[in-house]
Design a binder for this molecule. Structure first.
Ligand code: NAD
Length: 294
């Protein structure tokens, strides 16, 4: 697969100006990573406080680099200017590539993708950071589906090396090439994968979350499961990972997986993950999930 990614890279048009839609956990992380590696990025959200949170997170990550003496304060200030927060599409005419990173809801994503398509140039590549929703499904309402593909980062963006570049039926080689090149420019390892709900990583990860949920529903102590999985060698257990991902995102993603693979992923009754979500325990984003955070 690596070979395939580098094959595409040779055909890539330069990606000089980018934009991310959504300044949440992922949007903020994508903006930081792009800015840190030197590609200017517009960060658009619909809420002022979301933009503030996204910027705060980026500042915190840059400050850590200063603390570790990897950056000077001047360099940090300069890199921060690569992130341009905005609530409007005003400057989207010059954007080469957009990463959509709004909530994991197909209807919201459809609305946002058709909206942004009307604001960018004919050659702009549109990508979605969806965790699970099929790229062919999201391409359905677009006028230029050939310019669209998945660009799936993992959380936390600054630490996770992999990016899945998902090729839809109508995606052009040029769109894949630009997305692969941007992922590399961000210091990531792109892999090109075919389209299906959950793509590659979440096809593996969500059944694992499902297995964890079953255990908890049958009375297992989630902290114990986490400890065991850490001993097994994973950097964190499933409960902590769900808190990092966000229980809301996990519930939405699970719905998409259940629709795509009803025989394997659909469940009767409420899962432990759903119960957490119903009780507003969203994980680290609101300081309470399986664990409590300060
Ligand atoms: P989040 O809830 O932290 O952030 C979503 C942001 O989108 C919010 O700030 C919200 O205000 C904004 N938003 C909503 N509608 C918008 C619009 N019309 N225009 C602009 N912004 C809008 O969610 P997240 O965890 O960052 O997830 C975003 C996407 O990334 C989802 O598709 C998710 O599946 C995917 N993803 C998440 C993870 C994860 O671990 N959380 C990992 C990989 C991919």
């Amino acid at each position: 697969v690596k070979k395939k990614a580098s094959k595409y890279e040779k055909q890539a048009q330069p990606v000089k100006q980018t934009a991310v839609l959504g300044a949440g956990i992922m949007g903020g992380g994508i903006a930081y990573q792009s800015a840190s590696k030197g590609t200017p990025i517009l960060m658009k959200d619909i809420k002022d406080d979301a933009i503030e949170l996204g910027l705060k997170e980026a500042r915190k990550l840059f400050a850590k680099q200063v603390e570790r003496k990897k950056l000077t304060t001047e360099q940090m200030a300069e890199k921060l200017t690569n992130i341009r927060p905005t609530l409007s599409y005003g400057d989207f005419g010059n954007v080469d590539l957009v990463v959509e990173a709004v909530v994991e809801n197909p209807k919201v994503k459809d609305a946002v993708l058709t909206e942004v398509e009307g604001m960018v140039s004919e050659n702009t590549i549109l990508t979605s950071n969806t965790s699970t929703i099929s790229i062919n499904r999201l391409a359905q309402n677009l006028k230029r589906p050939e310019n669209f593909c998945g660009m799936h980062f993992f959380n936390p963006v600054h630490r996770m090396p992999l990016v899945e570049v998902i090729r839809g039926e109508k995606t052009s080689d040029a769109a894949v090439a630009a997305t692969v090149a941007y992922a590399r420019a961000m210091g990531k390892t792109p892999i090109v994968v075919n389209d299906c709900p959950g793509f590659l990583v979440n096809r593996v990860l969500f059944p694992y979350f499902g297995g964890f949920s079953f255990l908890v529903e049958q009375g297992a102590d989630f902290q114990h499961v986490d400890k065991v999985m850490e001993k097994f060698g994973w950097p964190m257990g499933p409960a902590y990972l769900l808190d990092v991902v966000g229980l809301d995102t996990a519930v939405h993603a699970n719905e998409v997986m259940a629709e795509g693979f009803p025989d394997r992923m659909a469940r009767d009754g409420k899962t432990a993950i759903q119960v957490m979500y119903d009780n507003d325990r969203l994980g680290q984003k609101n300081d309470k999930g399986f664990y409590a955070y300060e």
